[in-house]
Design a protein around this ligand. Sequence first.
Ligand code: ZN
Ligand code: ZN
Length: 292
Amino acid sequence: MFLCTLASGSSGNCAVVSDGTHHFLIDAGISARRIQKGLAEIGLKKEDLSGIFITHTHTDHISGLSVFLKKSAIPVYTSKKTGETLIKQIPVPHNQIHTFQPDEPFDLFDWQIFPFSTWHDVPGSVGYRLTAGEASVAVVTDLGHVTKQVADGIEGAEMLLLEANYDLDMLRMGSYPAFLKRRIESNYGHLSNSDAARTAAWAFQNGTKTILLGHLSAENNRPECALKTVGEELDRFAGRICLEAVPRSTASRIYAAGESNVEYTSSLCGKTKRDVLCAGGPGISETAGFIL
Ligand SMILES: [Zn+2]
Ligand SMILES: [Zn+2]
């Protein structure tokens, strides 16, 4: 399985997850043009997509969805509550939106989908764990704290895209109005670097081999700061892990999970194996990061 983020942050979120046969988007919070450009850069077209998973209805996760879906029958998968909101907001046939009950896994093609509830200030928010064959990828951003459902969702996922939204000192000393600071810090807001560090350590102890920090605030965080906080926590444990922060407004490199089970061919994205090697590899991309 492969994951590539096209954008990750409060100005837009969109990720591509693929097993080389099926390709899915998670969220569509950048313009349709940028999504298509990002897909083209990894050798995919809109028509290649098997579906779009939506986490929640904040603008930075759905702003491009309506235009992207125009004249397209790509199915959209989301929680029941999110689906109800989407149907009111975007002109898309109702039968194109497929809803599910959070915390109840389901099969889609030969993938297993586990949408897990997240505490965030909009109803129906979820994170996703996607499993294809032996490999699995979990994506969890936009949550105030890590609940048991989230822990269940990410447990054992080989690759984890995890929110590290803010550094607590930067947030508290920063220029945001008090109500916004309270909202971000609340149980329904976002994860801090320290929250991410604890979660990353737990995930690492439960089998995660690649941790990608995402949804970093432009105002209240820096990639080096998030990586330092999470890296120091992971440093307490023996073993190797790939830890990187994905860029806010440009595409990340392509990360691979379940490498031993995936045959690399040029049919996926036209990238060589060297380009997608992550865990255990020596390479560091242009994004800030390090391998512990
Ligand atoms: Zn967001
Ligand atoms: Zn949100």
